[in-house]
Write a protein that binds this ligand. Sequence first.
Ligand SMILES: [Fe+2]
Ligand SMILES: [Fe+2]
Length: 235
Amino acid sequence: MGAGFLCFGNHSTDLICAESWQTRLGFATTIEPLLMWKSGMRCDIARWVRTGTKIDVGRLLTESVITRSAMPQQKNLRELFHDTLKDIYFAEKKILTALPKMAKAAQSEELKEAFQKHESETEEHVERLDKVFAELDARPSGKTCDAIVGIIEEGQEVMKEYKGSPALDAGLLAAAQAVEHYEISRYGTLKTWAQELGLEEAVQLLDTTLAEEKKTDELLTEIAESSVNQHAEAA
Ligand SMILES: [Fe+2]
Ligand SMILES: [Fe+2]
């Protein structure tokens, strides 16, 4: 069964014409009037659904005012999933540039090692995202994520303002946990949407990364509670 849209301009009376399309084009259709907005003007749209004989597409395109491809697109969950995938792809790449700087700045050996370990995990996160894009038949690409840019900038401010001070590691650790929490939020959402969309491989890939982000967050909490916070306080 085929389906599409015909636009009859912004005159509601033109919808009457829609009813004659069945006879004019000589195929069986059901015509369902819809109201949509286009360039701020009300447009009367008729949705046609092929229910019977073959449609003469050439004639349809010549006679119709506008075809579906020219219509304002209705975005669905798959598109939202794809857009959010681009967001986290951008974020992971940004994190990859920040982690080596954070590792270099960290005073505690334990914290330094945690950042280095997570840097190699983050490389795998990007590779997993490449595979999720592949399942969508899409090219891996990023979309600027202002949230992660802001979180990372805050971390950079801490590095500058607390350079050489005992509270530096506590600040770096807090910045890193903000990053992890952002990632946990994104991966949790993407995994749920992948389940809804029936993207089985994506569910597994996103879940693996989600587990690593949570583990990193827990490790950072342990480091904070066992040494870093006391060190910052004692000074
Ligand atoms: Fe990550
Ligand atoms: Fe992470």
